[in-house]
Design a protein around this ligand. Structure first.
Ligand SMILES: [Zn+2]
Length: 279
C-alpha cells in the first residue's frame, strides 16, 4: 500500500516536472519602427528552433544550452497586436510558445526639405526606372537566409553625427512623402563606409533616389543598406566582414549634400538603426 502510494506520488512528480526548462523573455509592447530582442535561456540543447513573426517563418541556428538572442522588429506601419510564435524541437517532442506583442504608435518629427523640382516630381520618362529600382530593392530586402553571418553586434559605418533621424515624416517642397526609412549620417565625400556586420552582398546598383547603393544580407532576415555612395567597393555575392569598406560617402541619387543613408531591415521592415549601432 505504502509502496503503491509512493509510486503514484513519484509518477505525478515526473509527469508534472517540465522535461526541458526554457526561459524566454519577449517584450509585451514595442514602438512602431523599433527593433527588439527575444532572449532565450535553456539548460538543454533543442535540436531546432523555429520563429514565426509578421507572416514569415524561419529556423534559427541553435546556440543553446546557455542563452541566445533573436533579433526581430516592428515596421513603421505595423501598429496593432501581433503574434510571435516559437517552436522548440527536441528529439521526441516539440513545444510551441506564442506571445502577443503590441506595436504601439510612436511620434516621429517632421522635416521640411526644399529640393530641385525634378527630384521631387520625377519626369515621366524615369517612372519605369523608379518602379524597377523599387522592385529590385524590395526583393533584395525580402531575402531570408537561414545562415546567420553576424554575431549580434553592429558597428558604426561612418563616424559622423546623425543629420536626419529615422522615422521622420518628410515634406518635399511642401508635399508629404513616406517616412524616412533609415538614418542619415554626416561624412565628407570620400569617407570610407564600413560594413556594420558580417554579411553577404545581395545587391549593388545605381538607383534614381538612392544613388549608388549596397545591400548586405546578414542572415536570419536582417539586412543593412548603404545609399548615396560616391563609389562601390564590393560585388554581389561577396562575403564582407565587420568594418570592411563597402564604398565611400557621396551624394549620388536624391541627396542635397554628401552623407550616408543607412537602413537596417528586419524581415523586410525598416527599423531604427540607432537602437542597434554601437555608438
Ligand atoms: Zn536618408
Amino acid at each position: 500500500m505504502i509502496n503503491k502510494l509512493l509510486f503514484c506520488l513519484l509518477l505525478t512528480f515526473f509527469w508534472t516536472m517540465p522535461v526541458y526548462a526554457l526561459d524566454i523573455q519577449v517584450p509585451s509592447e514595442v514602438g512602431r519602427g523599433e527593433p527588439f530582442w527575444v532572449d532565450i535561456r535553456s539548460d538543454e540543447r533543442p535540436v531546432g528552433i523555429k520563429v514565426g513573426w509578421m507572416g514569415r517563418e524561419f529556423a534559427v541556428p541553435v546556440d543553446l544550452p546557455g542563452k541566445q538572442r533573436v533579433l526581430l522588429g516592428a515596421g513603421l506601419d505595423k501598429m496593432g497586436e501581433h503574434e510571435l510564435s516559437m517552436v522548440f524541437y527536441w528529439d521526441e517532442e516539440s513545444r510551441e510558445k506564442t506571445y502577443k506583442i503590441s506595436v504601439k504608435d510612436k511620434e516621429y518629427p517632421e522635416q521640411h526639405l526644399s529640393l530641385p523640382e525634378e527630384m521631387v516630381t520625377p519626369p515621366r520618362e524615369v517612372h519605369d526606372r523608379i518602379a524597377r529600382d523599387r522592385e529590385q530593392i524590395r526583393s533584395a530586402l525580402g531575402t531570408l537566409t537561414m545562415d546567420r553571418y553576424w554575431d549580434g553586434d553592429f558597428e558604426e559605418p561612418v563616424p559622423g553625427d546623425v543629420s536626419s533621424p529615422f522615422g521622420v515624416q518628410r515634406f518635399l517642397n511642401g508635399q508629404p512623402r513616406s517616412a524616412h526609412q533609415g538614418v542619415d549620417l554626416r561624412g565628407p565625400e570620400g569617407t570610407p563606409v564600413k560594413a556594420i556586420a558580417r554579411g553577404r552582398v545581395v545587391l549593388t546598383g545605381d538607383f534614381y533616389y538612392g544613388g549608388k547603393t549596397v545591400i548586405l544580407d546578414h542572415g536570419q532576415g536582417i539586412h543593412s543598406l548603404y545609399m548615396h555612395l560616391s563609389s562601390i567597393d564590393v560585388r554581389e555575392d561577396d562575403l564582407v566582414y565587420p568594418g570592411e569598406k563597402v564604398g565611400e560617402v557621396g551624394m549620388t541619387g536624391r541627396a542635397t549634400g554628401p552623407h550616408l543613408h543607412l537602413g537596417i531591415y528586419v524581415l523586410g521592415d525598416a527599423v531604427d538603426p540607432m537602437y542597434l549601432l554601437d555608438r
